[in-house]
Ligand binder design. Structure first.
Ligand SMILES: Nc1nc2c(c(=O)[nH]1)N(C=O)[C@@H](CNc1ccc(C(=O)N[C@@H](CCC(=O)O)C(=O)O)cc1)CN2
Ligand SMILES: Nc1nc2c(ncn2[C@@H]2O[C@H](COP(=O)(O)OP(=O)(O)OP(=O)(O)O)[C@@H](O)[C@H]2O)c(=O)[nH]1
Ligand SMILES: [Mg+2]
Length: 452
């Protein structure tokens, strides 16, 4: 276990105030070397007091800063913590951090504060993972799910299954030792109920897998189509600002342009592409290559066409193949030509919608279609708890073991029952981080930002 004292800038550069966080046994003594205030920190526990940073080597004064001392173990990390709030200038923030390092703190690694919180039992592993989800949440729903998980909603459900199954296991072990005795055993129906409840709950949690994936990672949406169809106009509309250049010249967009946004609570990574056509110009040709590449990586394709021109010439290219769902957007309904839909639209997997990005007509119907394409159903209800990929794999293992276990209970094959119970407990324990798994911890906390 690490017993040194760590320090890091906890806020993103560029703000008006920066927080430098120090955690560990020497947090207070580091603070005394780098900060001087009107009153001392230890008499003002958990109170923010004004003072001055001091370079511990030169005694030169640094930035004006507020400081707060929080005595462990009632802190985020469970250790003594001191936080400094200085001005957020790039230099001041670094200078303040440097003072703490000169005073004996070590620069924290990515996720190290949260890792310490986990190691010190302040958070279980699902809660520690949730911290990162909260930070990277790209929509309100994503944030709510992450905060629910941070508050222990998911971890507690796993924990109570874990405890219930542990009790069963304990009884099984005793039964194996006293096979012939008629002690006051739990009746098989009660055992089966515990197992059924666990398996039902796990199945329910596994249903939230797709939600978790969508909300955590976002959906990669590519806007493709012929030049001048209104792709960049649509991009700007969903972003709510003029991000992409829009002109009436075909071939305006030359390079793919990626942005993050939300539609109906779904976080999207949306890419505007160069209109696909036979181009002479080397810059445009390169852009079109990038469009094609982006389309291959899409999870959802919005193919735009211009209703004021013949549709037949604007269909996705014949050789264009993708497993991603495709929504054809017939744009410029405000100036549409009278024309029949090409037979392409008779195919059942092609959904289409007539809109006008310019007059904002029928865009809600487009958003309905996007929602349906992402969730594969109307009016999808997003759960309050949504497991991540790591949880999903482990829950599947646990469900399988519970099923196998149920098959053995009726035959009173206690040895097998206990094998399967252990088989279910291991992955549940792994979800919570009950068994120390350095590799997994390294992967999980390594993804965090410094200072978290
Ligand atoms: N300034 C600051 N803001 C922050 C954090 C922080 O560490 N510092 N957080 C983190 O990054 C988040 C808040 N999370 C926290 C979680 C627990 C405790 C804490 O002191 N827990 C004590 C109980 C305190 C009480 O109940 O009043 C404990 O668990 O024993 C503090 C912050 C977001 N905002
Ligand atoms: N009337 C009408 N004009 C539109 C509509 N949507 C976009 N436009 C116009 O169509 C022209 C082309 O729009 P862009 O958004 O630049 O088209 P694009 O598909 O990004 O074009 P490239 O980048 O060249 O591939 C612009 O003059 C837009 O103002 C619409 O719904 N109705
Ligand atoms: Mg464009």
């Amino acid at each position: 276990m690490d017993h040194d004292t760590i320090a890091a800038l906890a806020t993103a550069p560029g703000g008006s105030i920066a927080i430098i966080r120090v955690s560990g046994l020497d947090a207070l003594s580091v603070a005394k070397k780098v900060w001087r205030g009107k009153t001392n920190l230890e008499n003002n526990e958990r109170r923010l007091v004004l003072g001055q940073m001091i370079d511990p080597e030169t005694q030169e004064p640094g930035d004006q800063a507020m400081a707060v001392y929080m005595k462990g173990p009632q802190t985020y990390t469970g250790e003594d913590v001191v936080e400094f709030q200085c001005h957020g200038g790039n230099f001041t923030a670094k200078h303040t951090l440097m003072c703490t390092l000169k005073a004996g703190a070590r620069a924290a690694e990515a996720g190290e504060f949260t890792k310490r919180a986990f190691v010190n039992g302040k958070l279980d592993l699902t809660q520690a993972e949730a911290v990162m989800d909260v930070i990277s949440a790209g929509s309100e729903k994503a944030m709510q799910i992450a905060v629910n998980q941070l508050n222990g909603r998911f971890g507690n459900e796993i924990r109570s299954m874990y405890d219930g199954l542990s009790d069963l296991l304990a009884e099984c072990e005793v039964r194996m030792d006293f096979v012939d005795e008629d002690l006051n055993w739990t009746p098989p129906e009660t055992m089966n109920k515990t197992l059924n409840d666990a398996s039902t709950l796990m199945a329910k949690l596994l249903e939230g897998r797709k939600d978790g994936e969508v909300l955590r990672d976002g959906v990669k949406v590519i806007i493709g189509g012929p030049p001048n169809a209104g792709k960049s106009s649509l991009m700007n509309h969903v972003l709510g600002r003029d991000r992409a250049i829009v002109t009436d010249i075909a071939g305006t967009t030359r390079d793919t342009l990626e942005e993050y946004t939300r539609i109906r609570g779904i976080p999207l990574k949306i890419t505007d592409t160069a209109g696909i056509r036979e181009a002479e110009d080397i810059v445009e040709r390169t852009g079109i290559e990038r469009s094609k590449q982006a389309l291959k990586e899409a999870q959802l394709i919005l193919w735009l066409m211009d209703l004021s021109r013949p549709l037949e010439d604007q269909l996705p290219p014949e050789d264009f193949k993708s497993d991603a769902p495709l929504i054809v957007i017939l744009n410029k309904s405000d100036i549409a030509l009278e024309q029949e839909l090409p037979s392409y639209f008779n195919q059942s997997h092609v959904s289409h919608v007539r809109v006008s990005v310019k007059s904002e007509d029928n865009l809600n119907r487009l958003y309905d279609l996007i929602e349906e394409a992402v969730w594969q159903e109307d009016h999808h209800h997003i759960p309050d708890v949504a497991v991540n990929a790591r949880h999903g794999v482990l829950l599947e293992q646990a469900v399988q073991q519970i099923d196998d276990c149920q098959a053995c209970i009726d035959g009173e094959a206690w040895e097998l029952v206990s094998v399967h119970l252990r088989g279910a407990l291991d992955p549940l324990g792994e979800i919570l981080g009950l068994t120390l798994m350095p590799d997994i911890l390294h992967t999980i906390f390594g993804r965090y930002c410094i200072g978290k």
